[in-house]
Write a protein that binds this ligand. Sequence first.
Ligand code: ME8
Length: 519
Amino acid sequence: METPTQFFSTPIYYVNAKPHLGHAYTTIAADVATRFKQMDGYDTYFLTGTDEHGDKIVQAADKEQQSPREYVDQISRLFQDLWPKLNIGNNQFIRTTHPDHIRVVEMLLTRIHDRGDIYFSSYEGLYCFGCERFYQERELVDGKCPDHGVAPSAIKESNYFFKMSQYQDWLIDHIKTHPGFIHPKQYETEILSFLKEPLEDLCISRPKSRLTWGITLPFDDNFVTYVWFDALTNYISALGYPDGPLFTKFWPSARHFVAKDIIKPHGIYWPIMLKAAGIDIYNGLNVHGFWNVSGSKMSKSIGNVTDPVAVTDRYGVDAFRYFLMREMVFGLDANFTEDVLVSRINSDLANDLGNLFSRVLSMNLKYFKGRVPDPSGTDFPDLSLETDAQTTIQHFKDVMAAYEFHKGVEVIWGFISRMNKYIDTHEPWRLAKEPDERLRLEAVIGNLLEGLRTVACLIYPVMPETSAKMLRGLCMVLPETGFFPLEEIGKWGQMSARACLEKPDSLFPRVDVLKKTAH
Ligand code: ME8
């Protein structure tokens, strides 16, 4: 059977400020999804990068008294350096200032222009410089841009326009006939409701008299390309459109991760751009909600822009990844507070998982000198944990395939909690005192060790470091890929006849609540 493929992307982030919690979340979610698909037998490709043209960037560079070129190099580097620290396994990092990308944008513009879907016209409208787009009167809140809270400026300009309106009915039909194209459902509803209003044609140029930091239009060098038209194209330029092997292999399976702030460009402009250029439409869009910090929107003026580097330096990468996946219901908003992070580390990680791991390994050392008993070969067959593990793996697979990461974590922690109960029910310390119960003790400890192996394998997408650490502690030889395929995990008895003689390190030290420092 041919190996299925999966291409995931994150937005390419603007380089007008340092990376923050929101950027980290989307990128970690896409990384978790990629690792999960790999466990499920897929050949994957994972793309992230930076969006480096446009007014916003010029303004930020001016503020720092740097040239745009110097400035984008410096901020893009911060993103590129952050991802390895968060254990992000992206295959490529794209920058929109790279010549290969620029060539594809020119190619796409030429194609759409040649097909007659781009026209020149003069336009008068309300322009928000922060958003780099024109607004309709009805979109404003109290006469102001809803994102920036400033009144847009009245501008009259001649520009190039992309005839989006003629694709409106096609797009509505495409969304309705492709369930899951926009996921979760509430965002599909939101896009369909935008599409109930007549779609305006999209202004895709900016005159060089106003902005030069962009890609010159291939058919008129007095203009640069609108930054969104440039940015969206990254998803195909990175794969080597039109005929690169990555494009042929991965484009049919493309799924983009974004937050709700940018569903309009992704859910409307992008599919229409592809359609107009005669390129297959991407496979799907995964939209998540917004992180607030301590109950407020993240903002520089409030001073609550959470730095992922500071959080991971303090609490560790896996704790951070775990918290983000556990705390946000994919699609809804969530709240980040250090107190909740600390209490999750102490209860879920140090207590439920960490204690279970060290208790079981210590009992195995104490009662069997580290030799791992085979639970299936004993006279006391007890299938409860094995059956439970198999159901857990299937459940995990179903929810992760539906991008319900919080449920994936909950499913694993449900199993962890049942393993802790299994210990309390069977009381191995009591069995150890009864010579007649030796075989039963073997079965109980053997089952617990197999259960821990199952947990160690399943947490891989969310906590790759902890997964490897647990598997090392269980004396499992890690495959070169770093993970065990999903279909192999449920097989009981994989650890028997090994010797685990080392006392395990603690997986997650408790955080002293009084000593924790604010970020
Ligand atoms: O929009 N909560 O770049 P951007 C969750 N360059 N996610 C958040 C967030 C928050 N509070 N804040 C930001 C752009 N994000 C364009 C994209 S793509 C062709 C061009 C994340 O730097 C989330 O993924 O403003 C959101 O969609 C993205 O950062 C916006 O990043």
